[in-house]
Design a protein around this ligand. Structure first.
Ligand SMILES: O=C(O)c1ccc2[nH]nc(Br)c2c1
Length: 161
C-alpha cells in the first residue's frame, strides 16, 4: 500500500493546493492531506475549519483523508507508515526552502520528498495572497473552491456576504 502525505498550513486551501492533491491522489493508493498545527502562529481559520474545508473539497477523492499534526512531518510519517512527502513547487523561489526541508527529512528518517510542478494557472497563488486580496474586497473566487470563497467573505467581510 503506497501512502503519501501532502503537508501544509492550508489556511485556507486554494485551487493550487487542490490541483496538487488531485494529482497525488491519482498516483498513490492513499493520500493524507495533513494540516500542520503551528502553535506560534494564529491563522485566519482554526485547524478545525481548515479540516472542514479540505474535507469538503476533496470529497471526490475516496483515497484522500484529512488530518492534522503538530511537530515533525517525519514523525507523522513514521507513525502512519507513510514513505513519501509530496510538495508542490510554484516557482524557483520555493525550491531552496523545500530542498533544505527534504534533505533534513531524508537524513532524519529516510523519508523521501517528491516535488510536483504546480499547474502554471496557479503558480502565483498562495493562501496569504488570497487572504490579503479577500480582506480588501477583491474577488478571489477564481482562485479558491466555492466553500472557501464563502468562508472568506463571511470571516473577513461580515455583513457583505
Ligand atoms: O499557499 C501557499 O502558501 C503555498 C505554499 C507552497 C506551495 N507549493 N505548492 C503550492 Br500549490 C503551494 C502553496
Amino acid at each position: 500500500m503506497r501512502r503519501a502525505i501532502c503537508p501544509g498550513s492550508f489556511d485556507p486551501v486554494t485551487n493550487g493546493h487542490l490541483d496538487i492533491i488531485g494529482r497525488v491522489a491519482n498516483l498513490y493508493d492513499e493520500v493524507v492531506v495533513a494540516v500542520f498545527v503551528n502553535q506560534s502562529k494564529v491563522g485566519l481559520f482554526d485547524v478545525g475549519e481548515r479540516i472542514e474545508m479540505l474535507t469538503e473539497v476533496t470529497r471526490q477523492y475516496p483515497n484522500v483523508t484529512i488530518d492534522s499534526f503538530a511537530g515533525l512531518t517525519v514523525d507523522y510519517c513514521r507513525a502512519h507508515d507513510i514513505s513519501v512527502i509530496v510538495k508542490g513547487l510554484r516557482a524557483v523561489s520555493d525550491f531552496d526552502y523545500e530542498l533544505q526541508q527534504s534533505q533534513m527529512n531524508l537524513g532524519l528518517a529516510g523519508v523521501e520528498t517528491l516535488f510536483m510542478a504546480t499547474n502554471p494557472l496557479y503558480s502565483f497563488l498562495s493562501s496569504s495572497l488570497v487572504k490579503d486580496v479577500a480582506k480588501w474586497g477583491g474577488d478571489v473566487s477564481p482562485h479558491v473552491p466555492d466553500v472557501v470563497a464563502q468562508r472568506l467573505a463571511t470571516r473577513l467581510r461580515p455583513g457583505t456576504a
